[in-house]
Design a protein around this ligand. Structure first.
Ligand code: KE4
Length: 432
């Protein structure tokens, strides 16, 4: 494969965009090399500006469940564009998409659209704080909820559960109300409640974590979180920006029977256009401005073009919910193929699937939390990623991400990716 055009494009981008990218993970820092610049996508493939074709398992980090350039979504956007791009005024499509979403979730009556997952989560945290009149909240190491200040925290020192900023530019004052617990460890959550002395507004969790690799929460753990929130008057927030409409039509709700108070969405809900959302009961959402006192706003929130793409996506998903069986079958086929080659060459590997999401670690332990995930062989992952990319398979460029199957990912593509994985893993085993 030639990458000349991407190489020079990256140099040009680097001169005017920090790191040459508009979002850090895209820079391939975790895997080395420089990222291919994508020229176009078609169904389950992406093509770079050097003309290389890749089977795409990233799908813009989740949104493209129907693959690239889906005709129904494209036509909906083209039709919407003809009426103008944005009005900053209410439009019918916002109500239409709102109805399509809230009717899927018991106890969820209202939704507010924003323009990214970060915005959705930031707003949900503020809503929970304003509703409960408490300031602290609990998040889990390894979960990512966007880049708003109070969520950019890392584990503090030893015993402390209070987080400290994980990025310069975030004052400690803005993270002192963020408590950190360990994923799938209920005792660590109880400790946070003890340390916060009754001041916990919410617990926020990715019920199916996709930002430490794919690490689903145990159902018993989620039930425990629900009980702790009920006991302490805190709100349970499921961040389904990634897992929403990806794990099942109801996200984690189609897999575990635990009802959150607030759900955040992104990615698929916009069909590839910039959309985030957060939703809850009428009682909670009525606290939001202009009905209630909790302020939240956005110029392009509910943008009519983005709404048209989201509506087209949701309509297709709701018209044939059985696609999730097919998506999960393909995800399992891919992971099983990777695992059997890893076994053949005596390379430790574990894998996980939830609906159309998949993940794998170069590790020989079951990964239940971020601390387990950190034990994976990231150097070997980088090697594998590079080999697979050179063989036309486009995987997430970090072992702490999830991969995705779309309706346009064919069995032939899965077979091809498995065959390329076998060649790549053999080379790794032979240190070639
Ligand atoms: P955005 O602001 O990137 O739309 O959403 C933030 C977000 C919130 N919650 C969850 C569970 C998420 O996965 C994300 C964003 N996901 C990453 C992928 N790990 C987006 C890719 C990127 O940062 O470029």
């Amino acid at each position: 494969m030639k990458f000349n055009n991407s190489l020079s494009a990256f140099e040009e981008a680097y001169k005017v965009i920090p790191g040459g990218v508009d979002s850090p993970v895209r820079a391939f820092k975790s895997v080395g090399g420089t990222p291919p610049f994508i020229a176009k996508g078609e169904g389950g493939y992406v093509f770079d500006i050097d003309g290389n074709r890749y089977i795409d398992f990233v799908q813009s980090w989740g949104p493209l469940i129907f693959g690239h350039a889906d005709k129904d979504i494209e036509n909906a956007v083209i039709e919407a564009v003809k009426n103008g791009l944005s009005f900053g005024a209410p439009t019918l499509n916002e109500t239409a998409l709102a109805k399509e979403v809230v009717e899927l979730f018991e106890g969820i009556d209202k939704i507010r659209f924003v323009s990214s997952g970060t915005e959705a989560v930031m707003s949900a945290i503020r809503l929970a704080r304003g509703y409960t009149k408490k300031d602290d909240f609990i998040k889990f190491t390894g979960c990512y909820h966007g880049h708003s200040d109070s969520l950019l925290v890392q584990a503090g020192s030893g015993m402390a559960t209070f987080g400290s900023p994980s990025s310069p530019g975030v004052p400690a004052d803005l993270t002192k109300h963020t408590l950190l617990a360990q994923y799938n460890n209920l005792e660590s959550v109880k400790k946070c409640f003890e340390q916060s002395n009754g001041n916990i507004a919410s617990i926020i969790i990715e019920p199916i974590a996709g930002n430490m690799g794919l690490v689903p929460a145990d159902e018993a753990f989620l039930i425990g979180l629900r009980e702790l929130c009920d006991e302490h008057g805190a709100l349970l927030i499921f961040d389904e920006v990634m897992s929403g409409f990806r794990a099942s039509l109801k996200g984690s709700g189609g897999i575990v029977d635990v009802k959150p108070d607030i759900i955040t969405f992104g990615k698929v809900i916009g069909g590839g256009m910039p959309v985030g959302a957060f939703c809850a009961s009428k009682k909670i959402m009525s606290q939001l401005s202009p009905e209630g006192p909790i302020y939240q706003a956005g110029t392009l929130s509910g943008n009519p073009i983005a709404m048209s793409a989201g509506l087209a996506s949701l309509a297709k998903l709701k018209a044939n919910p059985t696609i999730y069986d097919e998506l999960e079958r393909k995800a399992k086929k891919l992971i099983d193929g990777f695992l059997s080659s890893a076994k053949e060459f005596d390379i430790p590997m574990v894998g996980e699937v939830r609906g159309s999401m998949f993940g794998f670690f170069f590790s020989n332990i079951e990964v239940k939390n971020f601390e387990d995930a950190l034990q994976n062989d990231t150097k070997r992952f980088a090697l594998f990623h590079t080999k697979m990319l050179s063989r036309g398979v486009y995987l997430a460029c970090s072992s702490f991400e999830a991969g995705f199957i779309s309706t346009t990912t064919t069995d032939e593509m899965i077979d091809e990716a498995i065959a390329m994985a076998k060649l790549s893993l053999e080379e790794i085993a032979l240190n070639r």
